[in-house]
Design a protein around this ligand. Structure first.
Ligand code: ADP
Length: 309
């Protein structure tokens, strides 16, 4: 069976504190590219995911999650030596904060020669993020090699510039992200990351910068201000949908997955942007990165409800 979308990166188990100061945690799933894969699968397209997992219980939890979501994870190696890692979400008087326990993860040990070329070449779109490349230099090389393979098979490369300053120095992050943007057809930056990476403030200038590097489509997310979708010929500013937003964790990943699924269905980046803007708004209405990711039917119902108002 061929695949519409393959995502590559690092999944992380989420340990979410149930109450401030309490030792109990709720086990969940995160990792930007895994969230994106699930968001896309819920739109009804065929999705594959590639990473490396530890031969451990956290790894089993991801295999089970992707099985439930109908995602092809059959090519993922299990590493007996390096673990599946996690992050902790703590809740305190000043809101919530993230602590990452990701050093030495199985995913960060990925190497280009481990890529299963025949499996990867089926992808109509390959999606990776700057986090997929920041976790180690071999992961960075693996992502570039995957780009090469998919492009050689006439597939499309999509990339989210997700920037985590703690994972790598700014100069290296800029160099790698700009090179990835040159190679990508679809670029999916968030405004905060793009500002930090480019030094530009205005969304239109950010979009100009990334189109200038070579991306054909730039869909810049603007948080509660919506999104800006652009090609060399046209750009469209999308106002955010009015929803009762309670947790924007993973909203960008929801946007990416819904955008890529709708782009594959329609070939229209502006239709994809409108769809993703609605899907991401819905994703902010529940807690956690995965649970509130909407299905295609939920996005359809939401848009129909808005049109009827
Ligand atoms: P990231 O998670 O990458 O920082 P953003 O915060 O830019 O991503 O959010 C991604 C998308 O989620 C936005 O483009 C928008 O469509 C939607 N979104 C985020 N916050 C809200 C909100 N408060 N209300 C409605 N939609 C939102």
């Amino acid at each position: 069976m061929s695949l519409d979308l393959v995502c590559i990166g690092e999944p992380l188990v989420e340990l979410n504190q149930t109450r401030p100061g309490e030792p109990e945690v709720l086990l969940g799933h995160g990792g930007d590219t895994s969230n994106c894969a699930i968001a896309a699968a819920r739109q009804g397209i065929r999705v594959g995911y590639w990473t490396r997992l530890g031969a451990d219980a956290f790894g089993d939890a991801f295999v089970e999650l992707w099985r439930r979501e109908g995602i092809d994870a059959s090519m993922i190696p299990r590493d007996p030596a390096a673990p599946t890692r996690a992050y902790f979400v703590g809740h305190g008087p000043r809101g919530h904060g993230f602590s990452y326990l990701r050093n030495g993860s199985a995913a960060s040990c990925m190497r280009p020669e481990e890529l299963l070329e025949a499996w990867l070449r089926q992808a109509r779109i390959l999606h990776a993020s700057a986090i997929s490349q920041a976790i180690s230099s071999t992961a960075c090389d693996t992502v570039f090699r995957a780009f090469e393979l998919v492009r050689a098979a006439s597939g499309i490369v999509a990339y989210d510039t997700d920037y985590r300053p703690r994972l790598w120095p700014a100069a290296r992050a800029r160099a790698i992200v700009n090179e990835a943007a040159r190679q990508a057809t679809i670029l999916l930056p968030g405004l905060d990351d793009a500002r930090a990476l480019t030094g530009l403030d205005d969304p239109d200038r950010v979009v100009d910068f990334y189109l200038g590097l070579g991306a054909s489509i730039v869909a810049l997310t603007l948080g509660a201000a919506g999104a800006l979708v652009a090609t060399a010929e046209r750009r469209e500013r999308l106002a955010a949908h009015r929803v009762r937003a309670v947790d924007a964790t993973g909203a960008g990943d929801a946007f990416d997955g819904a955008f890529l699924a709708e782009y594959l269905r329609t070939g229209d980046p502006f239709a994809a942007g409108r769809w993703a803007n609605a899907a991401a708004a819905l994703a902010t209405t529940g807690f956690g990165a995965v649970a509130p990711l909407p299905t295609r039917a939920a996005v359809e119902a939401f848009l129909a409800g808005e049109a009827g108002r």
